[in-house]
Design a protein around this ligand. Structure first.
Ligand code: ZN
Length: 313
């Protein structure tokens, strides 16, 4: 952990000195306060995610030369296992480049400075708010309160979904990796096509079951629809990239599950004693997602039928 930050700060100091900039001048350039920068240079603290991104952007090519390989991975979100192999990450990054070429990447046109990074922290949403958001989404899709949602048929303005096996732009090696050797390691990748993140392409691993694809795609959609930003710097198999933060991951997954499994229908099914497998069948999801939903709705005890009793005096 410390290694990356140390390297980063050392590179910043080196470049600042090379350019003959004062800390104050750098502060004005990168939008990090003077006192924070001074503290970071004294190694009296670690940079937060926003500072890291600002400094990495300021370093530009210097960051890459130092092996702080960040830009290549910078703007993609993987929905992948924690133990994803580095070859898989490389294949996904290659795929991201192909998709950007094919669908038009405006990354470089816009003035990049600052437009990406919101200063305001991600707002905390209550469970009721999330339920309402998912309910409105279902209502806008014009489906009944108890109906299953086939999210693979949902389209979102500005978002193009590419199924892996339909795609023709990947070279044979990348395809073989993503489709055969490593198909179980990743489920989707979202690639923004512009800096302000209004146009996206989502690569969906359609070698997985449709039940899994439904929740995967919805989670990607919700990240986009909620305005989540790829601002957290994370290490994924030797490559540094941006990802969403934990609160955003939680909300996107919660919203995906709530969109597929409406609260009232799940509650009614649980009180009727339906099994998770039965509910899953009705809604076209996996039983695991149903169990997650039941737990999140606080219905687990009812679901498993655990009786409780108070000792008689
Ligand atoms: Zn996610």
């Amino acid at each position: 952990m410390g290694n990356f930050e140390e390297k980063l700060i050392r590179a910043v100091i080196e470049k600042r000195n090379r350019l003959g900039l004062s800390i104050r001048a750098l502060s004005a350039q990168v939008g990090i306060s003077f006192s924070t920068l001074a503290r970071l240079e004294r190694a009296a603290g670690l940079p937060d995610n926003n500072s890291k991104i600002r400094l990495l952007e300021w370093l530009g090519d210097d960051a890459q030369d130092l092996g702080l390989d960040f830009e290549r991975a910078a703007f993609v979100h993987f929905r992948a296992l924690k133990n994803v192999q580095s070859g898989t990450v490389q294949a996904l990054l290659k795929a991201a480049d192909c998709l950007k070429d094919e669908f038009g990447n405006d990354d470089h046109d816009a003035d990049a400075s600052g437009s990406l990074i919101g200063e305001e922290p991600y707002p905390e949403l209550s469970k009721d708010q999330l339920e309402e958001i998912a309910g409105n989404f279902r209502r806008d899709l014009d489906i009944g309160a108890e109906d299953p949602l086939d999210s693979l048929r949902v389209s979102v303005e500005g978002v193009r979904v590419v199924k892996l096996t339909d795609s023709e732009c990947f070279d044979a090696r990348t395809m073989r990796k993503l489709r055969h050797e490593a198909f179980s390691e990743w489920s989707a990748m979202s690639v923004p096509l512009d800096r302000v993140m209004t146009r996206w392409v989502v690569l969906l691993n359609d070698c997985h079951t449709v039940e899994r694809q439904r929740v995967t795609l919805l989670e990607e959609y919700w990240h986009i629809l909620m305005g989540h930003k790829l601002t957290k710097v994370a290490k994924l198999s030797e490559a540094y990239g941006r990802t969403y933060d934990q609160a955003e991951e939680h909300d996107a997954y919660y919203l995906a599950s709530a969109s597929l499994l409406p609260r009232k229908a799940v509650r009614d099914s649980v009180s009727k004693g339906c099994s998770a497998a039965d509910i899953a069948k009705c809604f076209g999801t996996s039983p695991e997602l149903v169990e997650y939903r039941i737990k999140r709705l606080g219905l687990w005890r009812e679901h498993i039928g655990k009786k409780v009793a108070l000792a008689k005096r």
